[in-house]
Design a protein around this ligand. Structure first.
Ligand SMILES: Cc1cc2nc3c(=O)[nH]c(=O)nc-3n(C[C@H](O)[C@H](O)[C@H](O)COP(=O)(O)OP(=O)(O)OC[C@H]3O[C@@H](n4cnc5c(N)ncnc54)[C@H](O)[C@@H]3O)c2cc1C
Length: 329
């Protein structure tokens, strides 16, 4: 590992200042479960690590008294969210997604902020010797290579898939992230936080070099809302998603037809992928096996598999079907 300077920040202003403005010169260190692996494998080699775990109050789970929104500090670990009974009751989709994220040892250290900013698991990106498009080269080796785990939606010119499980759940819940550079703070819908490779193949999100996520805010669920997360992976002990689906469905006044629906796919696109056509197929309908089958079909409209990942289309349809079935009363 390349030698680096280590700064423990006492507050947000100190952290953002230590990050500076020169791209990738300094990196934020939270739980370190992703970043330290990247450094050991020479995927990233920052000159400075900015430890944010020393910033007080970023590890709090709170409910906003006025709005009823859940406010998660960026340093809250996945394990704490998983164990929180009130979160499980209000936002089952989030806790179900965390239950299948990594394993207990990782969840004890991994923070929610770090989870949303974790880097892709593409094996070309993670290979020290491969200068792929994402790392500043000019080729995405997945296009003509071993692309069985890659994107079938939203890909090109790079075909990574977003590795986070909590992210699709949080997008389905309409969550936002609070971002600051010390001087300016902005709240951005999580859906708008992620960046497609066509916009910029070198980054996964909109964060500037000197910005950090301080909080994740999840609005209160509307009465009667039901939600579920289903993930398929190769190894059940721990693994990233081959395909996953987060669904959040709210009934109308008649309690029978669906007033609003969010269907978000994981493991199939470079960002948590909102399946707008599936959502349209659900709204105004009663949740029946037929409606669910139509929505699952619609969720993969526009999918463009590469040579070796065509299996992801029926797999993703199946996880959408299963997740929606769980929301049937
Ligand atoms: C073996 C293994 C299996 C895994 N399986 C899964 C899985 O199935 N599902 C899943 O979702 N994840 C999985 N993960 C990923 C894991 O959840 C992430 O590594 C973890 O959540 C990252 O959090 P961290 O606090 O350790 O982040 P770090 O490693 O400290 O940081 C990760 C990245 O986020 C940046 N960062 C951290 N905090 C902030 C912040 N507040 N603001 C801005 N940028 C920030 C860092 O600079 C770095 O680039 C797995 C990881 C491992 C090692």
């Amino acid at each position: 590992m390349k030698p680096f300077e280590y700064v423990s920040a006492n507050n947000v202003a100190q952290a953002t200042q230590a990050l500076g403005t020169e791209r990738d010169k300094a990196k934020i260190l939270a739980g370190g479960t992703d970043l330290l692996g990247e450094m050991k494998e020479y995927i990233v080699s920052p000159d400075r690590l900015v430890n944010i775990k020393t910033i007080p109050n970023l590890d709090k789970i709170e409910t906003d008294k006025k709005s009823g929104a859940l406010r998660l500090g960026a340093l809250v670990t996945l394990a704490r969210i998983f164990e929180d009974k009130s979160i499980a009751q209000r936002y089952p989709v989030l806790v179900q997604a965390i239950a299948v994220s990594a394993m207990p040892q990782i969840r004890n250290a991994a923070t929610i902020g770090g989870n949303l900013c974790q880097r892709p698991r593409c094996w070309y990106y993670r290979d020290e010797r491969t200068l792929c498009l994402r790392k500043g080269g000019d080729t995405c080796y997945a296009v003509a290579g071993e692309n069985q785990y890659h994107a079938i939606l939203g890909g090109g010119p790079c075909y990574i898939v977003h590795p986070s499980d909590p992210a699709p759940a949080l997008v389905a819940l309409g969550a936002s992230v609070v971002i600051t550079n010390g001087a300016k703070t902005r709240e951005v819908p999580l859906e708008k936080f992620f960046v497609l490779p066509a916009q910029d193949p070198h980054r996964e999100n909109i964060l500037a070099q000197n910005e950090i996520i301080t909080h994740v805010v999840v609005p209160p669920p509307a009465p009667g809302t039901r939600s579920a997360y289903i993930k398929e992976r190769e190894r059940d002990s721990y693994d990233w998603a081959l395909a996953s689906a987060a669904v959040v469905v709210t009934p109308g006044a008649d309690k029978r037809t669906i007033a609003s629906a969010r269907v978000v796919l994981g493991g199939v696109a470079p960002i948590p992928w909102r399946a707008a056509q599936a959502e349209r197929a659900l709204v105004g309908q009663a949740l029946s096996e037929q409606t669910i089958a139509k929505a699952a079909q619609a969720a993969l409209a526009g999918a463009e598999p590469l040579e070796k990942n065509g299996y992801k289309v029926p797999l993703a349809q199946a996880v959408v079907r299963r997740a929606l079935s769980l929301t049937m009363a």
